[in-house]
Structure formats: structure tokens, C-alpha cells
Design a protein around this ligand. Sequence first.
Ligand SMILES: [Zn+2]
Length: 480
Amino acid sequence: MVYKKFSLSPALAIGAFGLFAATSVFAQDVEIGTWAGFRKAAVSFTFDDGAPSHVSDAGPLFDKYGYKATFNLVVNWNPDWSGFGNMAKNGHEIASHSNTHPQNMSGEEASSKSSIASKIQQKYGVITLAYPNCNVPNAQEVLKNYIVGRICNSGNSQVGKDGPSNWAQVPAIMTGPNGSNDFKGPMGSVVQSNGWVSFLTHGFSGKNNGNATYSPTDIGLIEDALKYAQQNDKDIWVAPMGHVAMYIKERKSSKAEASSSGGSITVKLTHSIADNISKYDYPLSLRVKSDMAKPTVKQGDATLESKVDGGYIYFDAVPNGGDIVISGDGGSTPPTESSSSAGPTSAASSSSDQGQKVSSSSHHHGSHHGSSSSSNGTNPVASSSSQNPNPVAGSSSSSPEQFAALEARAFDANPASAYVDAAGYITVINAQGQNITVFNSLGHVVRTTKGIGCLQKVYSGAKGVYIVRIGNKAKTVSIK
Ligand SMILES: [Zn+2]
């Protein structure tokens, strides 16, 4: 607070700022994170050929860690539509890998997309394509239907924070014996470069791979990679290829403007990208400089998850989704923000250019803020800093609220509850039909599922504190 620094009495400060606030609108600093949750890098895992093991092994593995991947299906190879459909519901990306897996798939760009879209509903649609046999078809036709065409690499496949020079040729590292078994090296490397790296996997050694017989990968290495990502959650954003591509395109084109007036801050987040492929409504991570202690962030009628850290309010919002209004906590802080004291001399709010300059060096302190896609792939979930072990609850389709408020609610009133059993499993009781989400101490979603019975083991993992959210209630448990 400015008034604290200058030792003014709160009453005087409120009076002085109140006068300003009543009559003036101030520009406010706002930034768009280079990657979701102001992390340092993005990592995507893609799986080709629609193998049975993708449904039976890869899906559950990613769900165990709360991460989402991209699965590229060959329409005429009769993939397990219902299995992949359930994975789509759970937030994974289902994408195209052609109809017939020809040497060159020219001519199958639009039809494979519409076939998959007719069988599997997805919030963001079928927006990426992986080329069969790694041969690039008609790039123009690709980019009429998809925001990404993915190629294959074995060596360095890193992409800078602004994306590839050609979206019809987005690289990915082939994994397994015909490619590379090194996941952590490239992941660590993009953390250094603030870039994006993707992996391309077929089947898994010893599993039921159907037609995905090429270069089978040890699934244990993928689990190691996900563990590594989880351990580095403050730096690494794991998300499907199409989601990362939307984020980059939106970040580069969006303009964020914030102004403060009368104790609240209004942020306008807009872009004018228009194509027939995506609405580009994937949430972007923003932060606004503010002294508010317990802000409420709303976009339209929706309350967004938010986190206060290091003088910033962090939240994720959908571009072109309406004004974002941040209001204070009503009384415990004066109705003003730090930049108000700078008044008209404060810089105009940042444009997307400034957002794009967001780098690791300028965000070290705020980088604990994290987010991850919720189970339905809508708003990413904000997470807590390491200083605050209690994560902010997820903002899935039900009413998102501050974790403190959730925890304050009595669990007693609801028969649903959670505990850790003798074998170390987080176990939920009486949660039939309710959405269950388990967050680790970094606030990362490690499990999302639906309540199915009166007693249900939902998660087993490393020692530590977890938050279990059932419906709109939550409980802290600890695996010892
Ligand atoms: Zn293939």
C-alpha cells in the first residue's frame, strides 16, 4: 500500500484516494503470460495411429498426473471411438491423422476432420493434424482446415515462444527406438529458451498397439517425463498441441488493456483473429499489478479463479469473452491501486507487444502461479504459490470459488467426504455423480473423475498435502 509506505493514516489515504477514485480512471499494468500460468515453457505429447493402448494405457497415465495429450486418429482404421470420445470429454485433444494413412494424405484433410468431428464432440473441435508417414501434403489445404500440421523430427524440435515459422510444419520429436528416448533433455531445454517442444509417440512396448507398431516406446519413460513435468510444474506447462497453438496465436494477437476506477479494475482482453477453424477462445493467463488483498475477478457472470502473489493478481480469462472486472475485498484495503498514485503519468496499459516480451527473467517471482486445463477443457485452474500450500480451487463448470471459502464450508452438512486410507489411497465416500478433483500442493490437478459409488479410491501418489474437491466442496488430506 502506498499509504503504508508514507505512513499516512489510513483515513487520510482513503479520503485522498477516494477523491481520485470517484472522478478518475487510471491506466493499469496488465500482462499476458508467455505460457499458461506464467510458466517458462510448453510441452505437448502427441500419439499417432489411434492405438488401443492409447485408450487403455496412455489415457489413464496422463489422467493420473492430471495432464492432457493429443491423439491423432486414422478414421478408416476403426479406432475405439467411444474410448477416445471419453478421453475427449476428459480434456484430451482428439485430432486427425488422415482417413487411410496414405504416403501422402492430400485430399483427406477436410474429410478426415469432418469424420472425426461427427463422431467425437470437442469444445475446440478437430484443429490439428499429424501427417501419415511424416510426408507434408498440400500445406494450403492443411491450413484451411487446421491450425497445426505436425511433422516428425528426431533431433532438435524446439519451437520459440512465438511458434513455428510455418504452422503447417510444426515439429515433434519421434520417440522410441527409431527416434529418441530423451524426454527430460528437451523439456529442460525449452524451460531455458521459453519455448515449446512436442513429442510424437506411436505404441508402447509390450502393449496392444493395433496398427501403431512403429517405434514402440517404453511407457515408463513417458511416466518419468510426466513426473518430471509435475516436479517442475511452476516452469512447465503440459497441454495438447492444439491448445498450445491457440494460446500462442491468441497471445500474439490479443490486446489487454486495464483501467482502474472507483476501487475496481476493468480489463479488456480482445483479439480479432478470424478463421473458420477455431474461435480462439482458449483462456489466456493474465496478471495485473495491484495491492488488493482478496480480489474477486469476474468475466461476465463467471467468477474466475485468481491468486494474489508478489503485488500481482493472476487469473485466466477468455479473450473476446467480455470485460473482466476485478473488485477489492470491500473495506480492508482502501479503494485504490498502486498506480493510482502515479495518476496520469503512469504508462498506458500494455499491449500484446508487452505481453509477448514476458520472459522468465521478469517473472521469476510470480512464476509459481500455475494453471492447468480442467477436466472439461474450459478455464485453466489457477494454483497457489509455494508459500501458500492451499491451492485455489478449480474453475471447472461448477461455481468456482476461492479455496478459503470452500474450506470454510462445513463438510459435515454433506455426506460426501475424503480421507487417506491405510494403503495410502485418497478415498472418497458418498460422492455419487459429483465431480471429483484432486489437487497437489502446487495446485496442479492430479486427478479428475466422477463419483461412482459410496466408497471410491481416487488417487495414490507421492507423500504430501492434497486438496480433494467434491462438487463445490473441498477437503485437505495428506498422504503420509
Ligand atoms: Zn501414423
